[in-house]
Design a protein around this ligand. Structure first.
Ligand SMILES: *Cc1c(COP(=O)(O)O)cnc(C)c1O
Length: 437
């Protein structure tokens, strides 16, 4: 593996970017703010590797934050996009790939109807409006440290980039300037993995609650896995007439073709997707019960629209990706096997170096918490040693391993990761843990 410590071109580009873009990036976690140093500007990506503008090559562990489950630049996905582009890039009128992807998504997930949008944020935002329109109720419930995108109503005690920004830890709602308290006040917040608190909230306020939105496996506080009791409590919220909205933007098609809800045996009313559903192009979607989805315009009274929604290139990338996943029944077992071996190797490496960590992992999602564990909630995660994480991150990066640049994110393994990548990653990790003492 060629590793260079020179980041001259990235430094120059970051300087230029900062002059014309807030913080030099178009999404906050990319700025390396919590781990320090200059973000690497990526020149190209292939399979399990990213190559930056200075020619350094990294084993990628973020997969564009989830979408690249087949690895970067997969030939079949690339061909599908190129073929679609030959026929024009946007019509503003319906086209066949939208129907095909909707048919595929409904068949795989059990959702009866689906609407495509352009990002995960749009999907959760639209699903919440739909839940309010359908139930005629005002309030929604979310969980502390879950992240559902950047729109106002859900930027309340949110995870992901907001958790990374340490001075906001522990602050009450809202999580961002510019979100009126009155608006945030319509969002009630409960603790993840606390079934009693959720039951109590639903007993006291259930009749006012339009929806409970949740990450079925949390990725945005680092990986948090729901307990069986909590899963049962989630399913119970439907008893008071609130809609259960599973935010599978990260977990959908990542933890299996039926998503995390399929794994957990949960039956939500609505599901939100993003990331993998677009195969690396900007796509989101929401779907679920037909009687609820029929409230969406033009069929129903809940307005939602998008100039580029169902874009032919994006649909082609999503279709190619989902078809490849469906055609390879072992793919999820292979991803799981790789990530299990990675988790075991990392735990052993930390132990050998005398570094205390705790790993949360499910399928191809994994977080190394610099915390003795167990890490079950936002509150646990927030106690992790972020300075140790940052040092370890830099140790990996210098050795050609690109980890998620925040303690509070998952990493994502792709089907392009193999034995060579596993060995090289563990070798780098051993050295990086060794430097922490
Ligand atoms: C990434 C993510 C979102 C937001 O999706 P964008 O495409 O970034 O708007 C929403 N919910 C979850 C669970 C996510 O992981």
């Amino acid at each position: 593996m060629t590793v260079t410590t020179q980041t001259t071109q990235s430094e120059r580009l970051f300087e230029r970017a900062r002059r014309v873009t807030p913080g030099g990036v178009n999404s906050p976690v990319r700025a390396f703010k919590s781990v320090g140093g200059v973000p690497r500007f990526i020149d190209h990506a292939d399979g399990a590797y990213l190559t930056d503008v200075d020619g350094a090559r990294y084993i990628d562990h973020i997969g564009s934050w989830g979408p690249m489950i087949l690895g970067h630049n997969h030939p079949a996905v690339r061909e599908a996009i190129l073929e679609a582009a030959q026929g024009g890039t946007s019509f503003g009128a319906p086209s066949v790939r939208e129907v095909e992807l909707a048919e595929l998504v409904t068949r795989l997930t059990g959702a009866e109807k689906v609407r495509f949008v352009n990002s995960g944020t749009e999907a959760t935002m639209s699903a919440l409006r739909l839940a309010r329109g359908y139930t005629g109720r005002k309030y929604t419930v979310k969980f502390r440290g879950n992240y559902h995108g950047h729109f106002d109503g859900l930027l309340v005690e949110a995870g992901s980039g907001l958790m990374t920004n340490a001075d906001r830890l522990g602050t009450a709602a809202p999580s961002s300037a510019g979100v009126p308290e009155e608006y945030a006040g319509l969002t009630l917040v409960a603790d993840y993995n606390d079934p009693d608190a959720l039951d109590q909230l639903m007993r006291e306020r259930g009749a006012e609650i339009a929806a409970v939105i949740f990450e079925p496996v949390v990725g945005n506080a680092g990986v948090l896995i729901p307990t069986p009791d909590f899963v049962d409590a989630l399913q119970r919220v439907q008893q008071v007439g609130a809609l259960l909205i599973a935010d599978e933007v990260m977990t959908g098609f990542r933890l299996g073709l039926q998503g995390a809800c399929g794994l957990l045996g949960l039956q939500p009313d609505l599901i939100c997707w993003g990331k993998i559903i677009g195969g690396g192009l900007p796509v989101g979607a929401y779907g679920g019960r037909a009687d609820v989805m029929d409230f969406v315009s033009p069929q129903g009274p809940v307005y939602q629209a998008g100039t580029l929604s169902g874009n032919p290139l994006a649909m082609a990338a999503g279709l190619a990706t989902l078809r490849l996943l469906e055609a390879d029944p072992d793919v999820y077992a292979r991803l799981d096997g790789y990530t299990l071996r990675l988790a075991e190797g990392l735990q052993a490496a930390a132990q050998a170096a005398g570094v205390i960590i705790s790993i949360n992992r499910i399928g191809s999602m994994l977080t190394v918490f610099f915390h003795p564990g167990p890490v079950r909630s936002y509150t646990d995660a927030a106690q992790a040693d972020t300075a140790a994480f940052a040092a370890w991150f830099q140790g990996l990066l210098a050795r050609g391993v690109y980890w998620a640049p925040s303690q509070f994110e998952s990493i994502f393994i792709s089907s392009a990761h193999g034995d060579a990548e596993l060995e090289a990653t563990l070798t780098a990790a051993r050295a990086a843990f060794g430097e922490l003492r």
